[in-house]
Design a protein around this ligand. Sequence first.
Ligand SMILES: [Zn+2]
Length: 61
Amino acid sequence: MPVYEFECQSCGQVTEELVRMDTKSIKCPKCAAKASKIISLCAFDLKGGGWYADGYASKKN
Ligand SMILES: [Zn+2]
């Protein structure tokens, strides 16, 4: 299984987890809020693209 990074939508904690590819979110180990999968490392070249804008927008809530 691949390692993915998840960023908590509440406290901003970034956690690396071994999860299935289709896992979209996990529970934050720090505050137990929802942490969403973020694309890390090389994929950050896509910054400014659609997925990033979407992810950023969904944080405001
Ligand atoms: Zn948290």
